[in-house]
Design a protein around this ligand. Sequence first.
Ligand SMILES: *[C@@H]1O[C@H](CO)[C@@H](O)[C@H](O)[C@H]1NC(C)=O
Length: 310
Amino acid sequence: MARVRHWWSHGKTVVLIWLISAALFFFVFRMAVYSSSRSSSEPSILNSNRRSQLYDKMARDLDEHGAAFLQGGKTSQSLSLSDIFTLKDGSVTPILKAANPPVRANVLYLSPKFSELISQAVTGIFLPYFDKAIWFQNSSLYHFSMFHASHHVTPILATKAEIEAEVNAVKAVAESLCPLKIILDRVVLTSTGVLLGCWQVISGTDPMTIRAKLRSVLPHAPEKQLYDPALLHTSFARLLGQPKMSHEERQKYSNQLEFFHELVNRLNNQLHGFEAEVSELWYVEEFDVLALALNGRIMARRFRLGCLRT
Ligand SMILES: *[C@@H]1O[C@H](CO)[C@@H](O)[C@H](O)[C@H]1NC(C)=O
């Protein structure tokens, strides 16, 4: 009897140890699978949260700093808007200035298949109110700025051969990146009058990873880049002056900021949740300041994202 009881209690211990081992194994196995999927190109929650926080901050900018663009605000690249545009024959014309040395930018490209729909929505809502006081981003050149090999704040000179070496290095990075599925989180209007689309990543290589890879192959690039590495944004338009409001609208909105928020809300209602795919990385030499934004002179090398294992 004592023997049976002993066997029984021994048996229980064995079963318990087995159960604990199995649970531990399962747990460790899940952790391993989780971390390997994290280290590949899956978007991470941390990066998404970081982007959300940045977008919250950008959305607050207009209220915190007011509509600085009505007093000749600065762009995110610290150029004054009145330096950039002029009214010529009744239409807004960019004043192109040669970039010396040319800027070397790496951008993700948004195909017109997606950008034209966005551009139509933006124009439909903003053109009636701003007429000549707005500049629309060319819908064949919608892009997400990733990483500069040289920018106008910190110019990094490069010979033709060095540029070709950069191009080849960027091409190799593009081959290792997976196409991105993205979703428009929100549209914001900055205090400098730039209407920005702020995106989240559904799948594909996260911008954090893309920028880290570009930095590692472009060791001479400016240490200080222009944007936060988590950011995935594209500019839709630049407001340059006062909106034309009807008498009723002037009565309805106690101040202009409220009206700007209303216009941005209308656009968000149309565009929030819009999904797009990004499958090209461009290495762009900009021969004019802000050439991609202002239809200036560019030389673009286009690379498809290959999603190859490296
Ligand atoms: C928009 O960009 C495309 C491609 O670079 C160009 O062919 C076209 O002329 C541009 N549109 C305007 C209005 O400059």
